[in-house]
Design a protein around this ligand. Structure first.
Ligand SMILES: [Zn+2]
Ligand SMILES: [Zn+2]
Length: 128
């Protein structure tokens, strides 16, 4: 693993039956999805699968896909709606950032680590 890799390197292939369930929502469905948790997190891998608009008294919600490391398409694999993580970085300021992960997620909050960086993103005065 590169020293710059900060998000989990796991990814999963979307199954046909999952694709059919996901086609209703607002996000384009990718054939594979990367885990959005911090690298070396515990528990199941997790990724945002779809944003559901709601309507008819149903609030908008987010649909997450989680799967175990050792059995990607095994019985523990699950599509489910989860509430958002309530944590805010610099809450109440113009710099406020939300954590884009579900409540009670493993690892650090989304604003505490970024997507993988490569050498081109590192400037000479970067302090690691
Ligand atoms: Zn993961
Ligand atoms: Zn969080």
């Amino acid at each position: 693993m590169s020293v710059y890799q900060v998000s989990c390197p796991a990814r999963t292939l979307i199954l046909d039956e999952e694709r059919r369930l996901l086609e209703e929502g607002g996000l384009r469905i990718e054939p594979t999805l990367w885990c959005t948790l911090e690298a070396e997190h515990g528990g199941l891998h997790l990724t945002l699968a779809q944003a559901l608009k709601g309507g008819g008294g149903v609030p908008p919600s987010t649909l997450w896909l989680r799967w175990p490391e050792d059995a990607e398409h095994g019985p523990l694999r699950e599509l489910l709606t989860l509430p958002s993580c309530p944590e805010r970085f610099l809450a109440g300021t113009v710099e406020e950032e939300v954590c884009d992960l579900p409540k009670d997620h493993a690892g650090r909050h989304g604003f505490e680590f970024g997507p993988p960086l490569n050498d081109g993103d590192i400037t000479p005065d970067w302090l690691l």
